[in-house]
Ligand binder design. Structure first.
Ligand SMILES: *Cc1c(COP(=O)(O)O)cnc(C)c1O
Length: 221
């Protein structure tokens, strides 16, 4: 299937008010441009260097979302242009993003990444940690960041019940935090394999890569 047709299929399956982030990681800029030419303006990358390289050669009206782990020494490379950082997994990182954004005279939208999947991961906050950051009084003092909500990944499994349970847990946390944080309006859940389940569980943003661009080939990188 062409990228155009695959994209249309994904777009047609989105529920109302769900934002599509086209995950372009590992795909070359000229390939990613095929989605741009169909009107996509929100792209997700998981590596700073790759995002910078594409941002340099692709149109400036693209909103770039970082969805992978961010090392604090690399914030400065994306701070001038990144639209949203979905992978904030510590207060220390958020403070450093804030400092870099202030330096650029920008406000960077951020999501707190919650680790809920049963796979081990070095990254992502527990529910308790995410709650603590979202409710921290110091957020109001950080003028360079706006914490808009939560991002999560479900366990990689065929067990629909388990995936639903995990997404629902994060949706419930999101609703709870939204009560006290007026900036909360984004719940990023769902990838190619599970975004339809995620939308049923209340996702407002899905991050879809392989269903649009095809399988990734890591061997060429
Ligand atoms: C790669 C990636 C995606 C997209 O994965 P697909 O299965 O190709 O849709 C979504 N979210 C994150 C955090 C990713 O790293």
């Amino acid at each position: 299937m062409s990228i155009k047709d695959a994209l249309k299929k994904v777009q047609d399956s989105l529920l109302e008010n769900v934002t599509l982030v086209a995950v372009s990681k590992t795909h070359a800029a000229d390939v990613v441009m095929q989605a741009y030419d169909e009107g996509v303006r929100v792209f997700g990358e998981n590596k700073v260097q790759e995002m910078c390289a594409k941002a340099e050669v692709m149109p400036s009206d693209i909103e770039w979302h970082l969805i992978g782990h961010l090392q604090s020494n690399k914030i400065k490379y994306i701070a001038p242009f990144v639209s949203m950082i979905q992978s904030v997994d510590s207060m220390a990182l958020l403070e450093k993003i804030n400092a870099a954004a202030v330096k650029c005279g920008r406000v960077i939208d951020c999501l707190l990444e919650v680790h809920i999947a049963s796979e081990e991961s070095k990254y992502g906050l527990t529910i308790g940690e995410a709650r603590e950051i979202a409710l921290s009084p110091s957020l109001k003092e950080m003028k360079g960041v706006r914490v808009r909500g939560l991002m999560t990944m479900a366990t990689f499994t065929d067990d629909v019940e388990q995936i639903s349970r995990e997404f629902t847990t994060v949706k419930n946390l999101y609703e709870e935090l939204k009560e006290s944080n007026e900036d909360f309006d984004t719940l990023s859940m769902g990838m190619s394999g599970d975004y339809e389940i995620a939308m049923q569980c209340g996702s407002t943003m899905v991050r879809v890569g392989s269903s649009i661009f095809g399988a990734r080939d890591y061997s060429v990188k």
